[in-house]
Ligand binder design. Structure first.
Ligand SMILES: Nc1ncnc2c1ncn2[C@@H]1O[C@H](COP(=O)(O)OP(=O)(O)OP(=O)(O)O)[C@@H](O)[C@H]1O
Length: 775
């Protein structure tokens, strides 16, 4: 069987399943993510049978999304037309509730506080709770617990199963020796199984104020943003993070939980971690005694892997905190935070030194140093700034948003990982956004150093991502238990998974296109860009869209190649831009602003924008180069179809060189399409024959690919460049460039010889960004 022949058959859907072209185009036009209407943000809403709930829900679309706004719970019976409903209006009276019903805007602070105390969460009965969680595909698991009461909770959670177990044990006593053996075996399996929890879900944003008693200003700011229906991750995580004890029915949990959330891209994880963080700052202020000054105190740190994402989180945070007096600040060089130490290691650090035992291999350390060097060059006058840092006033910060490196620079004076000296004693909450990449070897040491600097025993860790490999979960569990031992505390670690773990959002259409060669990719991209491109292979790609390449060099080269493809009448080369990490912060911000405003239609970039970036109206994503892991695919594809928007397209090109690696991506697409129900209707883009034909990726190859990408595309590789020039033209240009460079070099050497000096710095091997992630 010739695999190349098979692959050239492409992944064209069966024409029988293809709608008529005109109607397809019309449907696409109305369904594009950029078409703008307020989206229904929920992705899953399966019908779950229950006798206790009377009328059953119907799933209205294949992706599982219930598009008419029908809501769970009794408060939301008539959410069909959501446009003019006040979601912060008090819920309908309930006989068993003690919730305060009357709220006026003039209520003064004291009265408000008293009312808060009287508030109780309206508890749904167990069946109803389970039904809602199942229907929205929310699965809570207790990953670790060390106190007896938490274990009690575990027993409760596993209650039904255990009762049955007891019954069967009694029965088994009567049974033969053989069945006793079987029972024993069952018992061991049960112990090994993690307990599933069923906390109370949030069925409407209004509950945040009226049931969970969050601050009025914060609640108003949520309404102002126009959020009406909570997404799945918001339904599950907000109650648990705001009142863990109440929603889990265990008083001891009120002190808080450590939390790991794995939820689809674009499902609103950002506000899910920001709302509790802001609320906790405001709650802490309520404790301030009368007459005492209210000070900003660094309570929470949000760590994100890129500057763009950190900036975006700050913006979201500020929108939520407007008027509440909570300062959400982006970490910058020169910012002075409330910290302790700075000279010698504290006792806690000495003892805790094995808390950070995941040493990096030497070559990764070197990469770190190169990164450091680069960042040091980026910042102007670093040393001078450090000198006067001590004289600077303390920054007024409640919630700090940072990338790992920049905070570490502050904590360790010299910015070296080995010299992390300062601690942040006031911090109570550490939030890792895109936690799997922050805990991947590429950032692990830096992230761990930050975690270590949060020395308060009550620091709660929350980790967020659309993908989470089991080794990352294991790492978090291990370090949390070390911390628990060290500080003599106990807090359970709970994991929430929304939908099928590590799959792309169900509302995006995937296309895996075999282009055979690099030249083929350019042709295919041009075809997609063409306004009259054929819709034979699915909906055409309409701007704005993002194109991902493997390296900075390739992003630049592709930009150079395509910049004149957009006709002048449509804005010409100004419509296409390139963004990567070797550009200055200022230029990066400018490009981002232009893309957000719609001035730039096609943004060529690397994985620097693959995670977390929220561009509401992005119609599509093109993986010009195959992502280096399955997780990489999930995140890149997730830049479209945000907040439940329909019509997003994710196109992936692959060549002969990619065949050994593309199976992981094909598997993710297949799993996502299965989750979206496309398999049953024959609408899947990755057919079974293709999955069978693609070779399995060996573990070692996967690892290499994650770290280095496709070798041939790295600098110097034979497929590294992107161009439509013939090889003769390229050779001629190359000779010319080399001659110019040689002449410049000779000149420089001559000048250096004159000055009798010289020097050099470490050169970055290749224009790479942080790359792979676990799958
Ligand atoms: N309940 C909601 N209703 C409608 N839109 C929402 C809701 N919650 C959040 N959003 C919007 O959804 C978009 C995506 O949110 P966000 O960036 O937090 O997603 P995410 O889950 O962090 O995605 P990623 O995994 O890519 O980082 C944002 O524009 C946000 O304003």
């Amino acid at each position: 069987m010739d695999i190349l022949k098979i692959l050239t058959r492409g992944t064209k859907p069966n024409p029988k399943n293809q709608p008529v072209k005109d109607s397809a185009a019309a449907a696409t036009a109305t369904k594009l993510p950029s078409a703008g209407a307020v989206p229904h943000p929920q992705l899953f809403n399966d019908p779950v049978s229950s006798s206790s709930r009377g009328k059953k829900r119907k799933r209205k679309n294949k992706g599982g999304g219930d598009k008419d706004g029908e809501e769970d719970g009794q408060n939301n019976e008539d959410e069909g037309d959501l446009s003019d409903v006040d979601f912060f209006a008090p819920p309908k009276p309930k006989t068993e509730t003690t919730v305060q019903q009357q709220h006026t805007a003039e209520e003064d602070g004291e009265q408000e506080k008293k009312k808060n105390k009287k508030r109780k969460v309206k508890m749904l009965d167990e069946d109803e709770c389970k039904q809602i969680l199942r229907s929205h595909r929310l699965k809570f698991t207790l990953l670790s617990a060390s106190t007896p009461s938490v274990l009690e909770l575990e027993a409760q959670a596993d209650g039904e199963g255990k009762k049955e177990e007891k019954k069967s044990k009694k029965k088994s006593k009567k049974d033969s020796e053989e069945s006793k053996e079987k029972e024993k075996e069952k018992d061991t399996n049960k112990k090994g199984k993690l307990a599933q929890l069923w906390p109370q879900p949030l069925t409407a944003f209004g509950q945040l104020k009226y049931d969970y008693g969050i601050n009025q200003t914060l609640a108003d700011n949520i309404t102002r943003q126009g959020f009406k229906v909570p997404t799945e991750v918001q339904m599950g995580a907000l109650p648990l993070l705001l009142q863990p004890g109440t929603v889990l029915g265990n008083k001891e949990m009120e002190k808080g939980v450590d939390f790991l959330a794995v939820a689809p891209t674009g499902s609103g994880k950002t506000i899910t971690f920001l709302i509790p963080a802001i609320e906790r700052v405001l709650k802490a202020r309520e404790e301030v005694k009368e007459g005492q000054e209210i000070k900003n105190e660094l309570r929470a740190i949000v760590v994100a892997p890129t500057r763009e994402l950190a900036n975006q989180i700050v913006n979201e945070g500020r929108k939520l905190a407007t008027g509440a007096g909570v300062r959400v600040v982006l970490m910058k060089r020169g910012l002075r935070l409330q910290a302790e130490g700075g000279e010698e290691k504290t006792e806690a650090e000495e003892e805790d030194s094995d808390f950070e035992d995941d040493e990096k291999p030497e070559e990764e350390q070197e990469e770190d140093e190169e990164e450091e060097e680069k960042e040091d060059n980026d910042e102007e006058d670093g040393d001078d700034k450090k000198k006067d840092q001590k004289e600077r006033p303390l920054a007024r910060v409640d919630i700090l948003v940072t990338t790992p490196k920049i905070l570490l620079n502050f904590l360790s004076d010299d910015g070296k990982l080995t010299n992390s000296k300062k601690t942040l004693p006031t911090v109570r909450s550490l939030i890792l956004d895109e936690a799997d990449v922050l805990l991947d070897p590429i950032f692990r040491k830096q992230t761990m150093a930050i975690w270590k600097s949060c020395v308060h025993p009550d620091v709660a860790l929350t980790c967020w991502s659309a993908t989470m490999a089991s080794n990352i979960e294991a790492l978090v569990t291990k370090h949390l238990s070390k911390r628990a031992k060290h500080f003599n505390i106990s807090r359970p670690l709970i994991r929430l998974v929304v939908g099928l773990k590590d799959t792309a959002v169900p509302n995006v259409t995937h296309k895996l296109i075999y282009t055979a060669t690099e030249q083929g990719k350019l042709l295919a991209l041009r075809q997609l860009l063409h306004p009259a491109s054929s819709s034979d292979s699915g909906p055409p790609l309409r701007p704005p869209f993002i194109v991902f390449t493997q390296t900075i060099d390739r992003a630049k080269a592709l930009h150079k190649e395509l910049q004149y493809d957009i006709p002048l009448e449509a804005g010409g080369s100004a419509r296409i831009a390139v963004l990567h990490s070797s550009l200055s912060d200022q230029i990066r911000s400018k490009i981002m602003a232009k893309f957000r405003s719609g001035e730039v239609w096609v943004l060529i970039t690397t994985d620097v924008l693959a995670r977390g970036m929220d561009f509401a109206g992005v119609n599509g994503v093109v993986n010009y180069d195959v992502p280096t892991s399955a997780a990489g695919y999930v995140h890149r594809a997730g830049r479209t179809g945000r907040a439940g928007r329909e019509g997003g397209v994710a196109v992936t090109f692959y060549t002969k060189e990619d065949i050994p690696f593309v199976k992981s991506v094909a598997n993710v697409i297949a799993a996502s399409e299965k989750q979206a129900g496309k398999l049953a209707s024959g609408e899947e883009s990755v057919k079974k024959w293709l999955l069978d034909a693609l070779p399995k990726v060996a573990k070692e190859d996967k690892r290499k690919l994650k770290v280095r990408g496709v070798e041939a595309r790295r600098a110097g590789g034979k497929e590294a460049g992107i161009t439509t020039q013939s090889s003769w033209e390229r050779r001629r240009e190359n000779n010319k460039r080399q001659a110019i460079e040689a002449s410049k070099r000779r000149k420089r050497l001559a000048q250096q010889a004159e000055k009798q000096g010289g020097g050099g710095g470490k050169k970055k091997e290749d224009g790479e960004e942080w790359g792979g992630l676990d799958d």
